[in-house]
Design a protein around this ligand. Structure first.
Ligand code: FMN
Length: 325
């Protein structure tokens, strides 16, 4: 471990660690307007949502260079107290990157980036037509954080109007694959939050799982299960009892799968295609032979796939078949 107090690091080292560790971050594409009427557009990834009631978002504007000069976004916000914040999708990220260049305050970054300005309803700054998620905002507070190089000002904004594209919805919810947002990471890295990168994990709320301490040692001490797997085991409210396991084994002993083979080779094939039900059926056949390989490992590999497929009850039942004939 690197164990260090921030005061013992240079600003650039600290910057590198914080931005790579606190990652990925959503990107606010902030549109403001200068007192002479010039549109300004710039991305800010020190950004998040902090309250729903009232709807409040905040982003932080770092002062530039040794002179700690304020950026156009800061100057415009202080003067007009209005902005539009839009989220950045994969489709527009390279244009947003163009807008992040340090153009003079008389340059319109909508023109430089090729993004299309459209009128807002309640504030003067323009919206970015290409972003499917746009928030018209008023400045609630600008909080200065420190002085000198790399000091920042935190802009806390109240959302006064939302504009959300209809085509990013599915079943009345925003679908992450359809909105296709990007996040900022350390260095020049970004992440595209769609496809294989997305997974679901239901929040427990009032559903009280047995917890880590409720997991039997033979599962907790396995070399194969990861922290992710054990976290899923810990989320169940009640461990299946012996009768449930017996019925489960009986069901899989009797179940018919077409093209099924009960061999170790077939088990590995089923594992590759993540067919954990056939993996279990294969285990039940394999363990009848005298020279069977380490059944414990096969069981754990099957439970792991069931967990990956979010079938936690199945994972538990497989994990507990060790002692059942
Ligand atoms: C993806 C991305 C995220 C950024 N995040 C921030 C940030 O959180 N704070 C900041 O001060 N600058 C950030 N920048 C740099 C600003 O966008 C850049 O300084 C820009 O020139 C500011 O424009 P302005 O002077 O028009 O406000 C980011 C740049 C990129 C490409």
């Amino acid at each position: 471990m690197i164990n260090v107090e921030p005061k013992n690091l240079s600003i650039s080292e600290l910057h590198k660690y914080l931005l790579s560790g606190i990652s990925p971050r959503p990107i606010a594409l902030v549109s403001t307007i200068s007192s002479s009427g010039i549109n300004n557009l710039a991305p800010y990834s020190f950004f998040n949502c902090f309250s729903v009631n009232p709807p409040t978002v905040a982003f932080s504007i770092v002062r530039s260079g040794v002179e700690a000069e304020t950026k156009d976004t800061y100057n415009n916000l202080i003067a007009s107290r209005e902005c539009v914040i839009q989220l950045v999708t994969f489709d527009i990220v390279t244009q947003v990157n163009v807008a992040s260049a340090e153009y003079c305050s008389d340059v319109d970054e909508f023109i430089k980036s090729g993004l299309t300005p459209i009128e807002s309803d309640l504030v003067k700054p323009k919206r970015v037509n290409e972003s499917p998620f746009q928030m018209e905002c008023v400045l609630r507070d600008m909080i200065n954080l420190g002085e000198g190089r790399a000091s920042s000002d935190l802009a806390i904004c109240t959302v006064v109007k939302l504009h959300i594209a209809e085509d990013i919805f599915e079943d009345e919810k925003i679908n992450p694959n359809k909105i296709d947002l990007v996040g900022r990471m350390g260095g020049n890295y970004y992440v595209r939050s769609s496809g294989a990168a997305i997974f679901e994990l239901e929040q427990p709320r009032k559903k009280l799982g047995i917890g880590f301490d409720g997991i039997p040692n033979f599962i907790r001490e396995s070399q194969l299960y990861s922290g992710f797997d054990l976290g899923r085991f810990a989320s169940i409210e009640k461990i299946p009892d012996e009768i449930e396991i017996l019925n489960f084994v009986k069901e899989y002993n009797e179940i018919y799968f077409s093209d099924f083979e009960g061999t170790v080779e077939a088990f590995s094939r089923y594992e590759r295609i993540k067919d954990y039900k056939k993996m279990l059926k294969a285990i039940l056949v394999i363990r009848r032979s005298k020279n069977h390989p380490n059944i414990k490992t096969l069981i754990e590999r099957t439970a792991k796939i069931a967990i990956e497929k979010n079938d936690i009850l199945f994972a538990w039942k497989v994990a507990l078949i060790m002692d059942v004939k």
